[in-house]
Design a protein around this ligand. Structure first.
Ligand SMILES: NC(=O)c1ccc[n+]([C@@H]2O[C@H](COP(=O)([O-])OP(=O)(O)OC[C@H]3O[C@@H](n4cnc5c(N)ncnc54)[C@H](O)[C@@H]3O)[C@@H](O)[C@H]2O)c1
Length: 465
């Protein structure tokens, strides 16, 4: 076609204007309907000189669309089809899965997604990991899934940072109804992470759905501490949540579920949770003090100008609160060819028994003051560290701090969830025995135990009210 001297846009505008005028004319609408009845659907009525080009483009487009439809349907998990009943009188709904097998059972009402097509994963660069994934996926619940800690935590679980790069997971995500919109966005992002270890997720507001058959539980959801708020203020609000969740764990979770309580007051919440889940061993309920351990380890490394990996066996005793006792008396500074006591390396007992302890005890409050929100990124990483070590074990001679049920070791009253040094193998933790406790340390251990006893009493009163 000769060039008319006008731009493509001008020609196109004119054509559209002409069409719009004709469309408004009643006789054109009648002609169009007649045309639609008498002509093949692949034919197009066009007044343009470009009719041949448009026709070709339309045919190719239609063919591609049909092909796309066929291929995308093959990948769908559930195809709902209406099939006539065999008696011919009433219709019945049949559900087909992607293998083609039929069922009349109504699928579970929870929102569960299993990735629609394995093709996505076959094409992904992580193919190797995907193919290495062994056995059944484990079910992992994260409560408070729409919150800020969960936002970091979920991606690390999905990436294999907790249960290993060969362990696939189905994520159970629990939050309260007002948070469902945000959680929807989190789920979109889980899809978009395109991580091969995630075999599905369940998004719910119901504890009985969230805790069904779970192997591991991150209990993060709670009201967070705000500026100026002491942990005790949170106790009565949050303890009720953990009573409900303990009951749900008791009824619906696997009996060997590993529970990590992050939501504050973490120690007492874990105790309450365990109390209301009597069918699950008490040893399976733990509270997170790993963030305090990481903070202490980092502060020591910074003071010595070393890497955190050179600092080993820092212990947090007691409550995840300002009464906790971060203890480096038995901690070591290690390099490839030497091992030395942290105490001797720092050689400043005034700092170690003064500012250092105070800084770690009040670090949470300092982060809140600066960020106007409580620690999230570091809390998520600590939760990952805690559960990973519980799942995979600690190296020989090393220990970590976990809030666990006390058995009288180190003079700590029994049946508190108290942070202690533990070593782990075969997914079982054991309190490290025989560490030297100085008189200074003993007063600190007693102080934090006293706080936990008070919290326990208050919490039981709230639950029994
Ligand atoms: N142990 C630790 O070291 C440590 C460190 C940092 C924060 N925390 C605690 O972790 C908790 C979560 O902190 P965050 O910053 O993620 O708070 P956040 O407010 O961002 O998120 C909390 C989430 O929990 C949800 N939630 C509230 N009630 C719930 C319920 N009954 N069931 C399920 N979900 C519920 C909320 O809707 C929200 O989405 C807080 O209690 C905080 O104090 C503990």
């Amino acid at each position: 076609m000769p060039w008319s001297g006008r731009s493509d846009h001008e020609e196109l505008d004119e054509e559209i204007d002409g069409f719009e005028e004709r469309r408004r004319c009643p006789s054109f609408r009648t002609r169009s309907r007649r045309w639609a009845r008498t002509r093949c659907p692949l034919q197009v009525h066009s007044t343009s000189n470009n009719a041949d080009v448009y026709l070709t483009v339309l045919k190719v487009g239609l063919a591609a669309g049909i092909l796309w439809l066929i291929s995308s349907r093959r990948g769908q998990l559930i195809v709902h089809t209406l099939a006539p009943a065999s008696n011919g009188r009433e219709s019945q709904i049949t559900f087909r899965d992607r293998t083609g097998s039929r069922s009349n059972a109504i699928p579970k009402p929870t929102v569960e997604l299993v990735y629609p097509s394995t093709k996505l994963h076959e094409d992904a660069p992580q193919t190797k990991t995907s193919k290495m994934a062994e056995g059944e996926p484990i079910r992992v619940v994260v409560t408070g899934a729409a919150g800020q800690i969960a936002y970091s935590l979920i991606s690390m679980i999905a990436n294999g940072d907790v249960f290993g790069k060969n362990q696939s997971v189905i994520l159970h995500l629990l939050d309260i109804p007002p948070a469902m919109g945000v959680l929807e966005g989190v789920c979109m992002e889980i899809d978009d992470l395109a991580l091969p270890l995630v075999k599905g997720y369940v998004k719910t507001t119901e504890p009985e759905v969230a805790f069904k058959d779970v192997d591991a539980a991150f209990l993060v959801g709670a009201m967070p501490r705000r500026e100026g708020m002491e942990r005790k203020d949170l106790l009565s609000a949050n303890v009720k949540i953990f009573k409900v969740q303990g009951e749900a764990l008791n009824k619906y979770a696997k009996k060997d579920v590993k529970v990590l309580v992050v939501g504050n007051p973490a120690n007492t919440n874990a105790l309450i949770c365990s109390f209301y889940a009597p069918s699950i061993p008490k040893e399976n309920f733990t509270a997170m003090t790993r963030l305090d351990q990481n903070r202490a380890q980092s502060a020591i490394a910074k003071r010595l100008g070393l890497c955190v990996s050179n600092v080993k066996n820092v212990t947090i005793w007691g409550n995840h609160s300002s009464t906790q006792f971060p203890d480096v008396f038995n901690a070591l500074v290690e390099s490839s060819n030497s091992s030395k006591s942290v105490y001797d390396s720092i050689n400043d007992s005034q700092w170690l028994e003064g500012d250092f302890i105070k800084t770690i005890q009040t670090r949470g409050a300092a982060v809140i003051q600066a960020r106007k929100m409580s620690s999230a990124m570091s809390a998520a990483k600590a939760a990952v560290d805690h559960m990973r070590d519980w799942w995979s074990g600690t190296p020989n001679g090393a220990w970590v701090s976990m809030g666990v049920i006390s058995d009288g070791s180190y003079g700590v009253p029994k049946d508190l969830i108290y942070s202690l040094p533990v070593s782990i193998s075969n997914k079982q933790w054991k309190i490290v025995q025989g560490l030297k406790i100085t008189d200074f340390a003993k007063t600190k251990l007693d102080l934090t135990a006293k706080e936990l006893l008070e919290e326990k009493e208050e919490a039981m009163a709230v639950c029994n009210a």
